[in-house]
Design a protein around this ligand. Structure first.
Ligand code: ACO
Length: 424
């Protein structure tokens, strides 16, 4: 399959076709406008490939997700978050020496410039940590300027991953009025984050190994998801030549929306509401189906997955395992399971192929770790960071890349004459 034909207004246009390594077909319309004057219209970009990418493969029909060819299930079972960061950014799994060097760099770049601590003082305690996170990431550019030198660029990438957990934990400490805890070099990425979140100067905090391992898995499962809303934003902003920190900060802002990353927070709020309302989940299923009611079942549905979200499967199993091993009874887990069971038996959800997504059960695990609900999307950002970086780098290196500038179909008034205000 080399080309496709488009007939428009009596003319035929031959459009080249690009086929991906997994057989995905892309009709290349790059010259369509210059040759025919027409553009395509695809609101929400559901049928638009914005780039060629070698990072992540998703088959939404079969529930397949792979990073650089490796299945998400095998990475969650055998790998570590730091190794997955390396894989996404450099394209290959590291040797043990490469992994050690990378881990060392991530450990030794986790301190924040002391002046940045003053920024936290300016936020009210009620500030949502996602607003703080995107502002602080954007501010990193003031301390670590962009450069075309690949070594500086690489160092900035290391700094970003390393400092993100410090920024995230500091924003939480600030919100509860506790002193900031500095990063510890003897801890793993996940354990260090939990130390900065929950230790106090008077005592250390040690998270049970089971929870540290679960957190690492959650970070792996969130690490990339090809051209979703936040990743497309990172590429869009980066396409103008904006620096790494500005591009990623924009991605964090995109992730903060309830239809995207903030759905994990919304799921817990929804489950709590159902519980407080007497646990009548059927009432909420009915609300979600009612087109006159704006309520949606949060954590359900996905633009790409139409059978199941493979990340949700791994997370549900892990949540079950962790809670039962630690003897934690979380009534929200019971509500979530009942809600899922009832929705999956309902024609409305079956016909629209709506299944639990990554956000449906992740909050249950975060709760078990003691992470407050408004930090859930920050956790998502920490996981997604290597994916955003890998996509930004790929975009920068792609010779076909040019500033992202979609077209539109104008539907407003045709030209009209301006009238003085006295004549209106
Ligand atoms: N509850 C009830 N109905 C739903 C839901 C839901 N969660 N999701 C989709 N639908 C219905 C829509 O009303 C629509 O019905 P219709 O055909 O009768 O009009 C149909 O299913 C298709 O939905 P769209 O909104 O067109 O699907 P889209 O691909 O644009 O949206 C999205 C996907 C945003 C994820 C949507 O399913 C949703 O809002 N889910 C809840 C929020 C959520 O969990 N977001 C996290 C997604 S994963 C992530 O970003 C990390």
């Amino acid at each position: 399959m080399d080309s496709a034909k488009l007939e428009l207004d009596g003319n035929t246009y031959e459009l080249p076709v690009t086929v991906g390594t997994e057989g995905e077909v892309g009709v290349n319309i790059r010259k369509l406008r210059s040759e025919s004057g027409a553009v395509t219209l695809d609101t929400g970009y559901g049928n638009t490939g914005s780039c060629e990418s070698a990072i992540t493969f998703i088959d939404g029909e079969k529930g397949v997700l792979r990073y650089r060819g490796y299945s998400i299930e095998s990475l969650a079972q055998k790998s570590s978050f730091v190794e997955v960061c390396y894989l996404l950014i450099y394209g290959e799994l590291p040797t043990s020496d490469q992994l050690e060097v990378f881990r060392h760099k991530l450990t030794y770049h986790s301190l924040l410039h002391e002046d940045m601590k003053k920024f936290f003082e300016g936020y009210p305690p009620s500030a949502h940590p996602m607003s703080v996170l995107s502002a602080m990431v954007s501010s990193l550019a003031a301390y670590y300027p962009d450069s075309d030198d690949p070594k500086v660029q690489e160092l900035n990438i290391i700094r970003l991953i390393a400092k993100l957990k410090t920024i995230a934990a500091f924003s939480y400490k600030k919100s509860i009025g506790h002193p900031y805890m500095y990063p510890r070099n003897d801890l793993s990425y996940a354990a260090d984050f939990m130390h900065m979140m929950f230790a106090v100067p008077a005592e250390t905090y040690v998270m049970p190994e089971l929870l540290t391992a679960a957190l690492d898995i959650l970070l792996i499962l969130h690490a990339d998801h090809e051209q979703n809303c936040s990743t497309s934003t990172v590429r869009m902003v980066g396409s103008s030549g904006a620096d790494l920190f500005a591009s990623i900060s924009a991605g964090i802002s995109a992730l903060s929306g309830p239809l995207h990353g903030k759905a994990n927070q919304e799921v817990i709020l929804m489950l709590e509401q159902i519980l407080h309302d007497g646990g009548d989940y059927k009432k909420y299923i009915a609300k979600a189906k009612d087109k006159d009611d704006p309520f949606r079942l949060m954590g359900f549905g996905h633009r790409v997955y139409k059978n199941f979200d493979p990340r949700a499967r791994v997370i549900k199993k892990k949540a079950d395992e962790v809670l039962s091993k630690l003897g934690i009874q979380d009534p929200l887990l019971d509500v979530a399971k009942e809600l899922e069971r009832t929705a999956l038996e309902d024609d409305y959800f079956a016909e629209r192929r709506l299944y639990p997504n990554v956000d449906f059960y992740s909050g249950i695990l975060y709760r078990a770790m003691g992470i407050p609900t408004n930090m859930f999307t920050v956790m998502f950002s920490m996981g997604r960071m290597p994916g955003w970086i890998a996509q930004w780098l790929e975009m920068k290196k792609d010779p076909a890349n040019r500033i992202h500038r979609p077209r539109q179909i104008y539907t407003g008034s045709q030209v009209r004459e301006y009238k003085e205000i006295s004549e209106r």
